[in-house]
Each structure stands twice: as C-alpha cells, then as structure tokens.
Write a protein that binds this ligand. Structure first.
Ligand SMILES: Cc1ncc(COP(=O)(O)O)c(C=O)c1O
Length: 389
C-alpha cells in the first residue's frame, strides 16, 4: 500500500500546540508553523483504526499492563536495532520529558551536577535547572557539516558532584546518529567518573538512508550497566499527544532507584486503554508506514536543501542523519539572534524554533520541521526567499 503524505490536513480546532501557541511564542497567529516536532501527516490509519476498535467496547476502565506491551517492544528493539532486552528491564513511562525529570530526581541530589551537550532539546537542561541541579554545558563541535562531541571539554567539566549525563541519541536538533566510537568514549568517561547516562532514544526509529541507530546500552556491558534508556513510538508514528514511552534499565541497583522514585510519587501507572491499543498497532503494524514516511521526509530534505543552495546560499543546512528536523545556520548574515528572529517571524512570517532555545551554540540557528506536505515547504521557501535571498 502506498501512503499519501501530500494530504493537507487542517489542524485548526484540535488544540494543536504548534498552532495554538503561535501568538504566545511568536507574537502572531499569522506565521506558518514549522516548529513543534510533530508531523502534519495523518496519524496512520492502522493506529486510528485500533483506537476506534477499542472504543467499540463501551467501558474505558482502569487497565493493567498486558504482556503485549513488553513483547512488542522486545521484538521491535531486536528487529530494528539488534538489541536484546529482558522483559523485567522494561517499564512504562508516561512521556520521556517527564522521564528526564524523574531520572534527575531519582538519581541525583539537589547539590549535584548534570552534564548536557548543547545545542540540545531544551528540557535536557531546563529539567535539571527546574529541579535545582547545577547544569554543566559541554558544547558540541561542528565539523564537516555535522556535530561531533568534545570529549576533552566534557571530561574537564566533571567534578566529584557530577552524577548524571543526558545524552540525545540520535541528536536533536543536529540529527546526528552517534557512531559506536563516540558512544564508547562516553561510556568510558562516565564509568570512570561514576556518572549515570540517560540515553534519550526517541528519534532512533527514524534513521535516514545510510545510517543505523546504535542503542547506547547495547555497545558494552559497561554502557548497559551505567545507563538508563528511554524509547517511544510516539514521535515516529505521529501520535505524540498519546504520550506512550518506556524505560529500559538493566542494572538492578539503578532500576531499583528509578523505580523507587516512581513508586513513591505514585507514577507506576500503565498505559491508558487508548494508548495501549495505539502502541500495539504502531509496533506490530507500523514498519512499512515508517519506511514510506522516512522516504517522504528524505525527499523533503533534498528539496529544502537544494532550494536553499540555489536561492539562499548564505543559509547553511546541517543535513540530519535521523528524524525530520533540519538545523539551519544563519551566521553568514552577520545579524544578531534578535535580528534574525525578528526577520523570520515578522517579515518571512515563519514560525521556526529559535536556535537560542537550544542553549549554547544555537545562537545563529533555526530549527525547521520538514514532516509536512511538500506544498507547505514550497510556501515556506517562498516566504523565506522573500527575506533571506
Ligand atoms: C530528544 C527528545 N526527547 C523527548 C521528546 C518528547 O518526548 P515526550 O513527548 O515523550 O515527552 C522530544 C520531542 O521533540 C525530543 O526531541
């Protein structure tokens, strides 16, 4: 079956975050939304059908986790990433962003430090900050059109109080699929200093052509025992409003510490019946849709990058190796972040994520979401060209 990703779907009147918050975030409703990381594509029909089918039963009562959740995830991780995970190492999590906050609270004390590599998904530093932890910022290095890790810089920041590192694997916003050697180095540094790694792998099922995701915990026994991993089908299958995710922790001591926090906070909930049906459909029926979606995203990336090369050659796109987010370097314009943001919003009428929100190193950048019908991108390029050509 051939899925249609060109369909234009009106998301008004659905409380869509990327539409409703435009006024608050950008000061205007009159901007084309290419920011929040969900897709404008139809959530696949096999997921919508599974939800409808569950709703044919007239009672949406309290629900227990069925073995299907664990079986699906175990099979998925083995088939997609060659990663064998034990059932008892898996737990349900109602969202990865909350999971980051739980990890910070469960695994560090208020006077301790958390390492992040910026520019990065904002909750990585916001969550430890909101919980009174000190954040250590290690900036990624751009080399040959992609991000690399600064291992010396990383190690020089570490003190006796550094207890946690939050790793974005693959990386958002740079779209980097981390190679085995980088992950090995992180494992070596973190084991040496007794640091626990939280590996957020929400983008892992969206590797683009030529790239394969390596789960951090799969690279060695050391990495497995010093880490906790978060995964989710929500971003890949465009159902992030359902918040379905999971943690995987092989180290029994770490698992007990994390679980103890969930237990004390009454967070050991299960999927609700709707999310449970959707999650099962995604993992058991979703692979063909996923591949076609990624082909469409790849073609969209080709389109945007080649249009920019011809019409706006001062913009330097960082081609992602995974996912649908395109990180755009505007530094060649020689403008301040405020000036760039003003032009993007008020002149081009485009809502892209401001690079400044991703922390150090994001100052001259925008993040553009290309998981949208081609016609929307054509309009975006037209608007951008009128200001940045
Ligand atoms: C790296 C990363 N982690 C987590 C999330 C969101 O996870 P959740 O919706 O499960 O809280 C996102 C969404 O963009 C993300 O990019």
């Amino acid at each position: 079956m051939k899925y249609n990703f060109d369909e234009l779907i009106d998301r008004n009147n659905t409380n869509a975050y990327k539409l409703e918050l435009r006024k608050k975030v950008f000061g205007s409703d009159d901007v084309l939304p290419l920011w929040v990381a969900d897709m404008d594509f139809r959530t696949p029909d096999f997921i919508l059908d599974a939800i409808k089918k569950r709703c044919e039963h007239p009672v949406l009562g309290y629900t227990v986790q069925s073995d299907v959740f664990y079986d699906d995830l175990q099979k998925w991780l083995l088939n997609q990433h060659n990663w064998k995970v034990e059932k008892q190492h898996i737990g349900f999590l109602g969202g990865i962003v909350p999971g980051i906050a739980y990890a910070v609270n469960a695994l560090t004390n208020p006077d301790e430090e958390v390492l992040v590599q910026t520019p990065v998904y904002p909750p990585f530093f916001a969550s430890p900050m909101h919980n009174g932890r000190k954040v250590l910022y290690n900036q990624l290095i751009e080399r040959n059109g992609r991000y690399e890790m600064d291992f010396d810089g990383l190690e020089s920041l570490i003190t006796d109080k550094t207890k946690l590192m939050i790793l974005c694997n693959p990386h958002n916003p740079g779209g980097r699929v981390w190679d085995r050697e980088s992950l090995m180095k992180i494992a070596r540094i973190c084991v040496k200093h007794g640091i626990i790694v939280v590996s957020d792998e929400i983008h892992s099922d969206m590797c683009l052509k030529g790239y394969n995701h390596i789960p951090f915990a799969s690279i060695s026994d050391e990495a497995s025992s010093c880490s906790i991993t978060f995964v989710a089908p929500t971003k890949t299958f465009n159902m992030p409003g359902l918040t379905s995710s999971a943690y995987i922790i092989s180290n029994p001591n770490l698992r007990a510490r994390f679980f103890d926090f969930l237990y004390r906070m009454e967070l050991t909930t299960t999927l609700n019946p709707i999310t449970m049906a959707a999650t099962h459909a995604a993992y058991s029926l979703g692979d063909e849709w996923r591949k076609q979606m990624l082909d469409y995203v790849e073609a969209n990336l080709d389109y945007v990058i080649s249009e920019m090369a011809v019409k706006m050659p001062l913009i330097k796109p960082m081609r992602p190796q995974a996912s649908f987010l395109l990180w755009l370097d505007f530094s060649a314009y020689g403008l301040s972040s405020d000036e760039l943001e003003h032009k993007m919003v008020n002149e081009a009428k485009l809502a892209l994520n401001k690079g400044t929100s991703f922390g150090l190193g994001g100052e001259q950048y925008f993040r553009m979401n290309v998981a949208t019908p081609r016609a929307v991108l054509e309009e975006a390029i037209k608007r951008m060209e009128s200001v940045f050509a």
